[in-house]
Design a protein around this ligand. Structure first.
Ligand SMILES: [Fe+2]
Length: 299
């Protein structure tokens, strides 16, 4: 099919066979925690090699592609090989490399984990680096299979929450470790003044999507680290203007400087109270630094 797909393995184990027209077939094995992408329009077939059912979740560019071509024959029965992305090279699904990702304004590329790959065995075990999204918050950025859609993986230490931010469309979040909640709201900097404003409680396997340009803020309220994978429209090598590029390239610039992130000092005091209440229920001590609130739009 002529749309991209990134797959996360929720449970089980198996194998995917991949091939293009008359070129040699290749296969790779996956298991719980794995993340992979079959290159665009390559044939692929899944096989469960374990003793229990396997469960996979895929994030694709299908809705936009189907809207663009409105011809399912073209999208699903098309024998074009995108050889510039994948040319049946041996070992393709067993290699990855670190690269220098310079696409984020205000973030030093040396402080980022950026990996080009088509398959990570277990993203729950991937080493991340602290990222200026908030206290005890770390990230890794992936570029997979020369796609435009791309995942990043983020984790929170125990007793912390990240700063709120907002951006372009279609950033699909799958929780892979921990327990907590996220606040999702529109408009005002203050969560409680957002129209609408929602709280999303999550655990391993939860999936949600902050709507276009809605603020969202994640809180780890459990007694273990939390982690998610988010697959969004902004690749590290390729992008589609209008699908989030403008906001994703400056992810940590504060709203008062024209960016889209809210510092702790500027947030609705209610959000920390909600966090502290949830921590109390879990018997977890907050590791957040004390905060002195200020007017978010003040000088
Ligand atoms: Fe986000």
């Amino acid at each position: 099919h002529i749309f991209e797909e990134v797959v996360y393995v929720l449970s089980g184990q198996g194998e995917t066979l991949v091939w293009q027209n008359d070129k040699p077939k290749q296969s790779f094995a996956w298991q719980e925690g794995g993340l992979f992408s079959v290159p665009l329009n390559a044939w692929h077939q899944y096989r469960n090699t374990g003793k229990s059912p396997a469960r996979l979740v895929g994030v694709t560019s299908a809705p936009v592609v189907l809207d663009l071509y409105h011809n399912s024959d073209f999208v699903f029965h098309n024998d074009f090989d995108f050889a510039d992305r994948y040319n049946s090279e041996e070992g393709y699904f067993h290699r990855s490399r670190y690269f220098r990702y310079e696409g984020l304004k205000g973030v030093n590329p040396d402080d980022l984990v950026s990996i080009e790959t088509s398959h990570v065995q277990d993203i729950r075990k991937l080493d991340l680096k602290l990222f200026p999204r908030g206290e005890g918050n770390s990230y890794a950025f992936l570029q997979m299979a020369d796609n435009v859609i791309a995942p990043h993986i983020a984790a929170w230490e125990v007793g912390v929450y990240s700063k709120a931010h907002r951006h372009g469309p279609g950033s699909i979040i799958i929780i892979i470790e921990g327990k907590g909640h996220s606040l999702v709201w529109n408009g005002d900097v203050y969560y409680s003044k957002g129209k609408p404003h929602h709280r999303v409680d999550w655990q391993v396997g939860s999936m949600f999507v902050p709507p276009l340009y809605y603020f969202h803020q994640h809180f780890n309220t459990g007694n273990s680290p939390g982690r998610y994978v988010a697959i969004a429209w902004v690749g590290r090598k390729y992008r589609v203007d209008g699908l989030g590029t403008e906001t994703h390239v400056q992810p940590v610039t504060h709203i008062r400087e024209g960016g889209n992130q809210i510092d702790y000092e500027d947030e609705d005091p209610l959000v920390r109270r909600m966090f502290d209440e949830e921590l109390k229920k879990s018997g977890v001590k907050s590791r957040m630094p004390p905060v002195k609130y200020r007017d978010p739009y003040g000088a």
